[in-house]
Design a protein around this ligand. Structure first.
Ligand SMILES: *[C@@H]1O[C@H](CO)[C@@H](O)[C@H](O)[C@H]1NC(C)=O
Ligand SMILES: *[C@@H]1O[C@H](CO)[C@@H](O)[C@H](O)[C@H]1NC(C)=O
Ligand SMILES: *[C@@H]1O[C@H](CO)[C@@H](O)[C@H](O)[C@H]1NC(C)=O
Ligand SMILES: *[C@@H]1O[C@H](CO)[C@@H](O)[C@H](O)[C@H]1NC(C)=O
Ligand SMILES: *[C@@H]1O[C@H](CO)[C@@H](O)[C@H](O)[C@H]1NC(C)=O
Ligand SMILES: *[C@@H]1O[C@H](CO)[C@@H](O)[C@H](O)[C@H]1NC(C)=O
Ligand SMILES: *[C@@H]1O[C@H](CO)[C@@H](O)[C@H](O)[C@H]1NC(C)=O
Ligand SMILES: *[C@@H]1O[C@H](CO)[C@@H](O)[C@H](O)[C@H]1NC(C)=O
Ligand SMILES: *[C@@H]1O[C@H](CO)[C@@H](O)[C@H](O)[C@H]1NC(C)=O
Ligand SMILES: *[C@@H]1O[C@H](CO)[C@@H](O)[C@H](O)[C@H]1NC(C)=O
Ligand SMILES: *[C@@H]1O[C@H](CO)[C@@H](O)[C@H](O)[C@H]1NC(C)=O
Length: 638
């Protein structure tokens, strides 16, 4: 769906649009399976050139003197307390079937594993389902194949023909079943296309079936883009606020929607400022009903290649814009006033939908290691700016920026999942903030505030706990590796610290990405579990000199633990399910690419096969979790 916005607030004052693309590039399961499949954006293989070492190069040695206690840090510097759940995911309703599963008894195991990785680090995962498709969604009693969701083209005003989503009661059981396996909390969106009929079923069933796992209801998705589309041309912030009130009135009359304090808005995307909506009485009139205040934003757009609108942006020329600290700072700056107003009103301030670029992102950028560094820096900067959470958007096959991509349903026998580099950003941010809900972050501006080497300090329970160090430079010679010297004021460094490195040979790579030595795997080979041995580096500090010297390669991100990280336990839980992840974890795409014409149920995958394993099961759907056979499922991680 095309969403035009004038980013009055944005760096790039251009007409832009955030679009989730639904149509898949037709992919035939033919003799050339792997080559045709690579046409889809999610599997794009463009590798850009990393920018040269900046001139002047960033200094390779600098000192960070940190206060031991948060109370000694100057006032107004530290963020509000931030939870490990800070980064969540925003899933367009129309891709739920591919990502979550067909119905409540048919759930994607790779998805569960990917969520479990984050839950282990953060305690929970926050997931928003909605987007453009929520506006026209409607309920039906049943769908073929007991599907939870289906699509129907409905919005004739929409040039990209966003399908209306049709859902059944089973959608809520699907979400609820997912939450019973991993601690996923849900934001949903109420349809807002018709203020005379809000179609509250999605609210009623969510409240009844999800209970505490429902954490908020979005009212209106990017209403600043409604004028001339979903509403008349004079539609204003005041009209939105009035309609928000109409929704509350209608909801108050609905005994089946008893929760009244969890609404989320205004989700403006940059055409209106949040302040314009506040000034129309949003918080003052409806504060008791508002659970969180939201905005949505993409830093730039890449709509030209798909829709021929706006202007062409050359990914190679855009790449450096994602490889420095100036970008995250500039993206957050326009929201500081609104985040302060939200805080004063006691409301969490959320970035409800974002990613590297709208219209699906950029080839070569959005799925690169550089984008992962950028997204992590952007997340930490949003936290420092007192956002309480941010949702990375997940689209379909034709999207470059997906944190994770499921194979198209009709290829799920052949291929496993694909991880996007920004998934690691979400996972790492969970470790940056941890599980205590007490982490406060500050941007350190060290190394002369050099934009290529940003650093943050994280205080937990009032004391320094972790330091986050970025190096955006790519330099295989090793000459751009820097050493940060950490020193404590009001205390002494510990005798040693532990460091986890996020590494890749270049900012342009998409594979060869490791976090603490482990990787999720390359395109179409991801089952959601980390592979390889965990590698945590112990660095001995000089307690006499009160210094710890932390090397940071170019490029890299390093997370320095001044206090021991809580155990990231292997999650093992029993379910009444039968799964096949153990075997599919070993299936290489190269093996599958030669198996065309063979039905899933007759595959014999050489010596990696385990005859008892369901990878060879009759349904042949690698990686589905089918709720029929009672068995213990161990999602073994790390
Ligand atoms: C797989 O699905 C795509 C998109 O729906 C379709 O174009 C293609 O024909 C399907 N291929 C097979 C082999 O069913
Ligand atoms: C974030 O909130 C804290 C109060 O907890 C405040 O001191 C700080 O200045 C705020 N940060 C920004 C960037 O507004
Ligand atoms: C709103 O969406 C519903 C479901 O798709 C549709 O039936 C209805 O006509 C729409 N109403 C308006 C005013 O667009
Ligand atoms: C759920 O989806 C699967 C796969 O599409 C299908 O086989 C099954 O019949 C559906 N319904 C139930 C209740 O499992
Ligand atoms: C435009 O729509 C708003 C409500 O959405 C209404 O209050 C206003 O009167 C409409 N304006 C015109 C010119 O129709
Ligand atoms: C912040 O927004 C409020 C509400 O719109 C406005 O009154 C105030 O002037 C703004 N402050 C700044 C510093 O922009
Ligand atoms: C850093 O990024 C910003 C955009 O976010 C860009 O304007 C600037 O040119 C970049 N700096 C360099 C040295 O590339
Ligand atoms: C952190 O906050 C979440 C959500 O409010 C809560 O469920 C969890 O128990 C909290 N964790 C701790 C350690 O207090
Ligand atoms: C990535 O790793 C593979 C082996 O796993 C290696 O062949 C390839 O050269 C590496 N790529 C880079 C850019 O280092
Ligand atoms: C562990 O990581 C460190 C830092 O990147 C590296 O020097 C070392 O070789 C790694 N060890 C193993 C066993 O991979
Ligand atoms: C999912 O929900 C259904 C209710 O629709 C229930 O019968 C089933 O046992 C659940 N499956 C799992 C795996 O929890």
């Amino acid at each position: 769906m095309l969403r035009f916005a004038l980013w009055g607030l944005c760096l790039l004052d251009v007409a832009t649009a955030s679009v989730t693309v639904y149509g898949q590039i037709p992919i035939g399961i033919s003799s050339a399976l792997s080559s045709t499949a690579t046409q889809a954006a999610a599997y794009d293989t463009t590798v850009l050139n990393p920018p040269p070492v900046p001139n002047p190069a960033p200094p390779t040695s600098f000192v960070l003197t940190l206060q031991s206690l948060a109370s000694a840090v100057g006032s107004g510097v530290l963020s509000i307390p931030i939870s490990g759940t800070f980064f969540g995911f925003s899933v367009e309703m129309s891709v739920i079937t591919q990502l979550f599963g067909t119905n409540s008894s048919y759930i994607q195991v790779p998805f569960l594993n990917l969520m479990a990785n984050i839950q282990e680090r953060a305690g929970a995962v926050y997931m928003r389902i909605g987007g453009n498709t929520q506006e026209f969604a409607f309920y039906v009693d049943s769908l073929p194949e007991d599907r939870a969701i289906s699509k129907q083209k409905a919005d004739s005003n929409n040039p990209t023909q966003t399908p209306a989503v049709i859902y059944t009661m089973d959608l809520f059981y699907l979400l609820s079943n997912i939450s019973s396996l991993v601690n996923v909390k849900w934001y949903i969106g109420v349809p807002f296309n018709d203020t005379s009929d809000f179609r509250f079923q999605i609210v009623e069933y969510s409240e009844a079936i999800l209970g505490d796992n429902l954490i908020g209801i979005q009212v209106g998705n990017e209403p600043d883009l409604y004028p001339g589309r979903h509403r008349n041309k004079t539609y204003s912030p005041q009209n939105y606020v009035n309609e928000f009130g109409e929704l509350i009135t209608a909801m108050t009359a609905d005994p089946n929607a008893p929760v009244r304090n969890n609404l989320i808005g205004p989700s403006v995307s940059g055409t209106w400022t949040p302040e314009e909506v506040f000034d129309a009485g949003f918080i003052t009139t409806y504060g008791v009903n508002i659970g969180a205040i939201s905005v949505e934003h993409y830093p730039t757009e890449n709509c030209f290649p798909v829709y021929g609108i706006s202007v062409y942006h050359d990914p190679q020329l855009e790449f450096p814009n994602y490889l420095n600290h100036t970008s995250p700072v500039a993206l957050c700056e326009p929201y500081l006033n609104a985040s302060n107003i939200a805080r004063a009103a006691g409301k969490p301030f959320l970035m409800f939908e974002t990613n590297s670029a709208s219209c699906g992102g950029f080839p070569g950028i959005s799925d690169s290691f550089g984008a992962a560094l950028w997204a992590l820096d952007y997340g930490l900067q949003m936290a420092y700016s007192n956002f309480s959470g941010a949702m990375l958007h997940v689209g379909g096959q034709d999207t470059y920026y997906n944190p994770f991509t499921a194979p198209p349903t009709n290829q799920s026998r052949y291929y496993e999942w694909t991880i996007g580099a920004v998934y690691y950003s979400a996972l790492i941010s969970a470790e940056v903030f941890g599980k205590t809900n007490t982490s406060q972050i500050m941007d350190l501006h060290g190394n002369g505030n050099n934009e290529f080497t940003p650093q943050y300090a994280i205080y937990e329970n009032g004391a320094i706990a972790r330091v986050a160090l970025f190096n955006y430079v790519t330099d295989p010679t090793g000459a751009s590796t820097y050493t940060a010297t950490i020193s404590l004021a009001g205390g002494t460094v510990p005798s040693s610290v532990q460091v986890k490195y996020f590494l890749s040979p270049s900012v342009s790579t998409k594979d060869n990405i490791t976090w603490a030595g482990q990787t999720l795997g390359t395109a179409r080979e991801v089952d959601g579990r980390f592979k390889g041995a965990l590698n945590i580096t112990t660095i001995t500090c000089d307690t006499g000199a009160n210094t710890c010297l932390i090397p940071v390669p170019a490029p890299a991100f390093a997370l320095v633990f001044l206090t021991a990280e809580e155990d990231i336990a292997t999650v093992t839980f029993s379910t009444s399910v039968h799964t096949n992840t153990v075997n599919t974890a070993t299936v290489a795409a190269s093996v599958l690419a030669t198996s065309n014409g063979m039905a899933g149920d007759v595959w014999k995958l050489a010596s990696t096969s385990n005859e008892k394993n369901a990878a060879l099961s009759r349904d042949g759907h690698a990686g589905w979790l089918v709720g029929t056979v009672a068995a213990a499922l161990a999602l073994i991680l790390c």
